[in-house]
Design a binder for this molecule. Structure first.
Ligand code: ZN
Length: 286
């Protein structure tokens, strides 16, 4: 069914580079990754902003209003000018990635944003405003396995889908680390905390174990929260090298489902670009 034989297309617009140059989650990481993927010959698609209707399927009205008004600043997550428009565009890019089975190379990221902002007791929204992957998954409205490979637990995504029978959330992440959630599995949310710098082998073995617990036949779509801060030396380092991302991609490809990806973390643009290419090479080699 639905073979995904074409080379994965990248959803991107330079508009996402227009703010926050002083911040860890700054434009340089995506600018550099874009440059690398362009050199490697990827095809790019331009996103449209998500509709408010699509956003309100995930986030509460009052929270969306606050993002619009710029009333959502916390220690990690600044209220930039026009942040609602930037966040809407990033969410729209995830929707487009869902439609074309592509990779959204956009910012801001999304997986820490819960229904009303900070999720599951986290102190901040961890650089996130709207939950891009959740908005895309709800927009597609199909039984979906969300695989979160960012080095941080996607507390926002877990909060949004907890108890939702149509969606399963699986996350591998560094523990202890921000946001401090995801230590245990609950119902449809399976969490695999890993020690800092555990390395490629432990990571891939854990991913195998995680995917074995999933009955993939239940799902029509795989959505990947694609963070690369697991890369050795990055913010949530699990000591992974480029090789690990090939292995991750192969395992995702082996699920043989229509799949899309949305960028989360990863704070060295050089690594992000190379790791995305490795992931997609692995994915397409299935
Ligand atoms: Zn992260």
């Amino acid at each position: 069914m639905d073979a995904q034989i074409m080379k994965t297309r990248i959803v991107f617009t330079e508009k996402c580079l227009a703010y926050g140059s002083w911040h860890t989650e700054g434009p340089e990481r995506v600018r550099k990754a874009h440059e690398i993927l362009k050199e490697k010959g990827y095809e790019f698609l331009t996103p449209e902003p998500a509709s408010e209707e699509a956003i309100l399927r995930v986030h509460d009205h009052e929270y969306v209003w606050m993002v619009k008004k710029g009333l959502v600043e916390d220690g990690d997550t600044p209220a930039y000018d026009n942040i609602y428009e930037h966040a809407r565009l990033s969410a729209g890019a995830a929707i487009l990635a869902g439609k074309v089975k592509g990779f959204s190379l956009m910012r801001p990221p999304g997986h820490h944003a819960g229904r009303n902002g900070a999720a599951l007791g986290a102190a901040t929204r961890g650089f996130c405003y709207l939950n891009n992957v959740a908005i895309a998954v709800n927009h597609l409205n199909k039984p979906t396995l969300i695989l979160d490979i960012d080095g941080h637990h996607g507390n926002g995504t877990q909060e949004i889908f907890s108890g939702n029978e149509k969606v399963m959330y699986v996350s591998l992440h560094r523990h202890p680390n921000y946001p401090g959630t995801g230590v245990v599995s609950e119902a449809n949310c399976l969490n695999f905390p890993l020690p800092p710098d555990c390395g490629n082998d432990t990571y891939l073995k854990t991913l195998d174990k995680a995917l074995k617990t999933v009955d993939i036949n239940r799902f029509e779509v795989v959505a990947v929260s694609a963070g690369f801060d697991t890369h050795a030396g990055d913010l949530a380092s699990l000591g992974l090298t480029e090789k690990a991302y090939v292995g991750i991609g192969k395992r995702i490809g082996a699920l043989k489902k229509p799949t899309f990806f949305a960028l989360e973390g990863g704070y060295s643009g050089e690594s992000v670009g190379k790791d995305i290419d490795s992931l997609l090479q692995g994915f397409e080699s299935r």
